[in-house]
Design a binder for this molecule. Structure first.
Ligand code: DNO
Length: 343
């Protein structure tokens, strides 16, 4: 297992030079952020990103994310064309040495929190999700500013999407995921790209919209669609860890060769559907981070691990969850855990 760090491209205030100085940092996970969702990532654009990352002495083998269009998730008649584009992007990524492609199947909203700057007792700021603060909000009538919200949608488009998703069931969303995987997996297998689905975050429905990737049963169902190792998982300890029923080490041992990428962060569960994001240490939250790394060692995990969201510490400002300092502390902690379990 090797460490990676998420980088948002040239506009990221956290530079590749900063990242390279984190002890034993090997990989960058990134994406092409200015190509609209659904359009092809060209070989040239991918090669340029790869060259930039490699010039800084880091590897580019993991994409986070190649987003899946809402039309595919909704199962509209535009999906076949968009699935073809997705396949072309996968081929272009493979040509550039990319091995793992992260995606998610969360309708409209990616990761969602109720507050992005909750102050902890040590004066740092963190992300928090309180279900009672979100459960009565209707995004059709409220102007929201959420981190995983694609702001390129107009209000009209957004309302149309939300209304459409409210009409589909979990079953339909599973059908649409199957249709997508049936379409893209043969290409992924042929070009040896490991797909890695990120769990829903939080792992329960929000705003009356279905969410389906949340626990062990979800992964069993995912693999029943296709049990090739290329049909894989991005194992996010924070997303899955916010649901108490998720026994993370045992899930890692169960889904072993399907896990291609790991997001490591800790959450402190406040109640059954509320949590706050703590520093990475086990003692700060509800996730036993050492047991997670031990399980990864047991499955002989060969992919990359990245520290996930960090708090804002030492006065740093920037993209919520994605500053340099606390993620770098998380990386050194993960390094220590890896060294601890190494034979
Ligand atoms: C949040 C991230 C997610 C993740 C996507 C993968 O911090 O973990 O936005 O990148 O869900 O498609």
């Amino acid at each position: 297992m090797e460490l990676s760090f998420r980088w948002y491209g040239e506009d990221d205030p956290v530079t590749l030079e900063n990242i390279k100085q984190i002890p034993d940092m090997k990989h960058i996970v990134s994406a092409i952020y200015d190509v609209p969702v659904g359009e092809v990532w060209t070989t040239e654009r991918i090669a340029k990103l790869k060259q930039t990352i490699e010039a800084a002495g880091l590897k580019f083998e993991v994409v986070e994310s190649l987003p899946v269009s809402e039309e595919i998730k909704l199962g509209t008649d535009k999906r076949d064309e968009l699935i073809e584009n997705y396949k072309t992007s996968l081929v272009n990524l493979a040509e550039n040495g990319v091995k793992t492609v992260t995606y998610n199947f969360m309708p409209v909203f990616d990761w969602t929190r109720s507050q992005l700057d909750y102050e902890l007792s040590d004066g740092s700021n963190t992300l928090i999700y309180k279900h009672d603060q979100l459960k009565d909000i209707d995004p059709l009538t409220t102007d929201l500013n959420l981190p995983g919200w694609d702001e390129s949608y107009s209000r009209e488009e957004m309302n149309h999407l939300i209304t459409s998703y409210r009409e589909i069931s979990d079953e339909q969303l599973w059908e649409n995921l199957k249709y997508f995987l049936d379409g893209v997996l043969p290409t992924a297998i042929e070009h040896d790209i490991d797909l890695a689905i990120h769990p829903d975050d939080p792992p329960w429905p929000i705003f009356g919209i279905p969410r389906i990737i949340k626990n062990k049963d979800s992964y069993e169902r995912l693999l029943s669609i296709n049990d090739s190792k290329n049909n894989g998982i991005c194992f996010c300890t924070g997303s899955l860890g916010s649901l108490a029923e998720n026994a993370l080490p045992s899930m890692i041992r169960t889904f072993g060769e399907h896990i291609h990428f790991v997001h490591m962060r800790n959450v402190k569960r406040l109640d059954s559907h509320s949590f706050l994001e703590t520093g990475h240490l086990s003692k700060n939250g509800s996730v036993d981070m050492k047991a997670v790394v031990e399980a990864l060692q047991d499955i002989n995990f060969k992919g990359t691990i990245r520290p996930d969201h960090g708090r804002m510490i030492w006065g740093e400002t920037g993209k919520a969850g994605y500053g340099l300092f606390d993620r770098a502390l998380g990386a050194t902690y993960i390094n220590g855990l890896i060294e601890g379990v190494s034979k």
